[in-house]
Design a protein around this ligand. Sequence first.
Ligand code: AMP
Length: 221
Amino acid sequence: MIPGARLIILGRQGAGKGTQCVRLSRHLVVPHISTGDMLRAAVREKTELGVAAREVMDAGGLVGDDIMVGIVRERLSRDDARTRGYILDGFPRTVPQAIALDEITAERPLTTVIDLDVPRDLVLERLSARRVCRDCGTNYVARGRERQPWICDVCGGDVMHRDDDTPEAINHRLDLYEQQTAPLIEFYGETGRLVVVDGCSAPDEVFVRMTDAVDKSRTRG
Ligand code: AMP
């Protein structure tokens, strides 16, 4: 294993970023840093940040760039990220965040920026069929023939449609992605740092493509 993978994973909601990041983080032995998870933890703990972020998150908006850059700067300065590297998931989400990240990582630049590419109609289909266990968070895919209520195989909890997985809410999140996050693909593409990975296949197949992309960019760099 070559130490020091510093990765960013971009992609629409529903592209499979979460699943792939968890697998990659085990494979590369680097922390998976998800800004969405950090914010959700702050909301649960009712910290000052959590209280401020909650309303924006509930409305499907984006938390301010200054706040997000501060959180990420602090997290990347910790020993595990400094010595081993990291996978950043959910950050940057805007061009100003990407510019700030280049400053933060000036001494140890990013090794790979991956765009996990799944077209809009396919993620819409995936997210509309997504069901989540209310108790343990296990994800399921609805085939339209399930009995109600649907019981979780893992913990026996109720499997539900998430409130923010309605067609309207999904479309709103995807619109926001096109407006604010898609320009990042241009930003990293222009500086020759972007690798596009086709995310349309089964998770195992996509994972092989992801690890290939990481290996190639690290030998190149
Ligand atoms: P996620 O789990 O990545 O979809 O993030 C959940 C929510 O957290 C988003 O809808 C945003 O409200 C907020 N969030 C996460 N990361 C960022 C970021 N880099 N910039 C702004 N808001 C963010």
